[in-house]
Design a protein around this ligand. Structure first.
Ligand code: HEC
Ligand code: HEC
Ligand code: HEC
Length: 101
């Protein structure tokens, strides 16, 4: 019994780190406006948003990334599908929220 409790305790301690990367983890999108770090965790945990909100319609994977411009995004492409001031903060402003450097 005691052994089982110890094993259970270890599972509880190690589980969160084993699941640390939600979905595709953190994605770095390099571009002329400064690197953008896309966080899967921030887009799923605590939001009523599932993987299907983005996959496979908007995004597939890094290799097949379709590069867009900010103009495209303002017209609703890529991140702009949600970052339009209605579903999430808009791309016409808030540059520093996405472009970290
Ligand atoms: C808000 C949009 C969004 C949501 C929600 C989302 N993803 Fe992603 N996902 C992305 C973006 C952006 C990329 C990078 C690919 C690209 O830019 O085209 C990506 C890439 C991935 C990749 C590929 C990573 C690589 O190395 O190429 C996997 C796997 C993935 N996502 C899984 C998931 C899973 C599982 C969920 C749900 C838990 C999820 N995603 C939810 C936007 C999203
Ligand atoms: C919601 C996040 C987000 C916001 C807000 C945002 N950007 Fe971007 N931006 C991106 C992403 C992601 C890319 C890369 C697109 C790609 O690779 O497909 C990008 C690309 C760019 C580019 C290179 C492409 C182009 O259009 O020439 C520039 C320059 C840029 N952003 C400037 C800005 C400025 C200036 C602002 C504020 C007015 C801004 N961005 C706001 C996410 C954002
Ligand atoms: C399916 C809708 C959707 C798409 C597509 C989407 N986002 Fe978001 N994003 C959200 C929502 C909802 C929030 C949380 C509400 C808010 O901050 O306005 C959010 C929040 C964020 C935040 C703030 C996270 C924090 O730390 O609080 C950043 C940065 C961000 N998104 C960047 C991006 C980038 C970059 C892309 C494109 C690669 C993108 N998002 C695509 C819905 C989306």
């Amino acid at each position: 019994m005691r052994k089982i409790l110890i094993v259970l305790a270890l599972l509880v301690i190690t589980a969160p780190s084993a699941m640390a990367a939600v979905g595709g983890g953190e994605i770095i999108l390099k571009n002329k406006g400064g690197d953008v770090i896309f966080s899967h965790e921030r887009h799923v945990v605590g939001l009523e948003q599932t993987c299907q909100a983005c996959h496979p319609k908007l995004f597939t994977n890094i290799k097949q990334h379709k590069t867009v411009t900010m103009k495209d995004m303002k017209a609703g492409a890529s991140c702009g599908a949600c970052h339009n001031g209605t579903k999430a903060f808009e791309v016409k402003d808030n540059c520093a929220k996405c472009h970290i450097k």
